[in-house]
Write a protein that binds this ligand. Structure first.
Ligand SMILES: [Zn+2]
Length: 172
């Protein structure tokens, strides 16, 4: 069960890793975004990728009676959102942090409010590469003599039975 979950997570990570690579490349030429607003809601949620920066944002504003909900896909010029927001910094708008492209921006003009969180594509790739790379290393180790054929654990100190997964080793 645990193993199955790990396999599923590894596959999911691999897909996200590939998706982040594709987004990174595409977003250098074309900014991509999606925004969702519930009917008559005062709040909207957005996700975007521009110049290798992935952004998640929420905005809230005064209620608009009767406003229709919408799901909007849009493309835009591929400008770095973090660089663009820097010019807006002032008393009502500021970065709460901005380290290596991981940034949180907050703006409070009047009664409306914007919260945006950014992280670079390379970070998404690095984080999501952990499980697939681990799997790859284990697969290589399993083929190495002296390692468990099931989980890749080093059996040189404990021949006979794998202490990690309990697999009996033939011929030991
Ligand atoms: Zn094992």
């Amino acid at each position: 069960m645990k193993r199955r979950l790990l396999n599923l997570l590894t596959l999911l990570s691999l897909l996200l890793c590939v998706a982040a690579c594709v987004l990174w490349i595409v977003s250098m030429f074309q900014g991509l975004g999606v925004e969702w607003r519930a009917p008559a809601a005062t709040r909207s949620w957005g996700a975007s990728c521009l110049r290798g920066e992935i952004g998640l944002s929420t905005t809230s504003s005064d209620p608009v009676p009767g406003a229709a909900g919408r799901l909007l896909f849009y493309t835009t010029v591929p400008a770095s959102p973090i660089d663009s927001l820097r010019t807006l910094e002032g008393p009502i708008a500021r970065f709460q942090f901005n380290v290596l492209g991981v940034a949180k921006f907050q703006a409070r003009p009047g009664t409306s409010r914007l919260d945006a969180f950014y992280f670079p594509c390379w970070l998404a790739i690095a984080v999501n590469a952990v499980l697939p790379v681990r799997r790859l290393l284990l697969a290589r180790r399993r083929l190495t003599p002296g390692h468990c054929a099931k989980c890749g654990y080093d059996l040189r100190a404990t021949p006979g039975r794998c202490p990690e997964c309990g697999t009996g080793i033939e011929g030991a």
